[in-house]
Design a protein around this ligand. Structure first.
Ligand SMILES: [Zn+2]
Length: 266
């Protein structure tokens, strides 16, 4: 089996995780910029993080035969500090030309606050001005439906944004349809405790078909499983999906979306 891990926070993972992913058939890993588990004290923390994502982590991944790409932004949680958000958004363009940067992400909302929405709109503007792909993080649990609607509205109201160049991640049963109906791609995050299990993800594939959908582990510093995507492929196989369908979901679809960025090579 071959697969692309389209959303993983590898700076938080061990070299054993890279080995396991490579053994399972992972060819490429993509890392959105995210919250580190603690709030950074200044824009300098983001400068160092962006250097890590664009210089150090690709070299670490290459040692295990994996190609590493990343996305840049200030995450919604730390965007609550609008002064910091503006400083980081001004910093991002200095890194956009680096060879492993695919676009702006993971932007979005966390608690659906006014400040988060302001930072989201600034990120959408940044992506439009620089013709970048967008990867969106949607809020958790009770905030998810309202947050997803706010995000879709913000994206739709900027006429420069083409929905086929945006993926809205962490969709669940109550947000997948509004995401796909609006023309966006949808990502399903496979988590052991929240978000979506493999069984639920495959249910959604069976309900909505396999178009404009991908699966990811979103493995990070918290409880998460770096091999969640190949495990979901096993779930598909146990239900009788054929090789072509599995390959489309875990390889072809992420390749099609990410390939809209000319820098992406698999
Ligand atoms: Zn993430």
């Amino acid at each position: 089996m071959r697969y692309i891990e389209p959303h993983a926070h590898m700076v938080s993972r061990t070299t054993d995780d890279y080995v396991s992913m490579a053994l399972a058939g992972c060819q490429t890993v993509c890392e959105p910029a995210f919250w580190a588990g603690f709030d950074r004290s200044s824009v300098d923390g983001f400068y160092d993080y962006f250097c890590q994502l664009t210089e150090h982590e690709p070299k670490r991944a290459a040692k295990f035969g994996l190609t590493h790409y990343c996305w840049l932004c200030i995450n919604p949680k730390e965007s609550e500090d609008l002064k910091l958000a503006r400083e980081v958004i001004d910093l991002v363009p200095k890194f956009l030309d680096r060879p492993n940067v695919l676009g702006i992400g993971e932007i979005g909302l966390n608690k659906n606050t006014r400040n988060e929405l302001t930072a989201l709109e600034a990120h959408i503007d940044l992506a439009a001005r620089h013709d970048q792909l967008i990867l969106v993080h949607t809020p958790h649990l009770e905030d998810k439906l309202k947050g997803t609607k706010l995000i879709v509205d913000a994206l739709k109201s900027d006429k420069r944004i083409r929905p086929e160049r945006v993926i809205i991640d962490h969709v669940e049963e109550h947000t997948i349809e509004l995401t796909l109906d609006a023309g966006f791609w949808a990502g399903m995050t496979l988590y052991p405790e929240s978000k979506c299990t493999a069984a639920r993800a495959v249910d959604m594939i069976e309900m909505y078909g396999g178009e404009r959908l991908w699966m990811n582990s979103a493995c990070d510093w918290g409880v998460s499983v770096p091999l969640a995507v190949p495990r979901a492929a096993l779930e598909m196989r146990s239900r009788g999906h054929d090789h072509a369908m599995i390959d489309k979901l875990v390889y072809g679809n992420p390749r099609a979306f990410l390939g809209q960025c000319a820098k992406f090579k698999d």
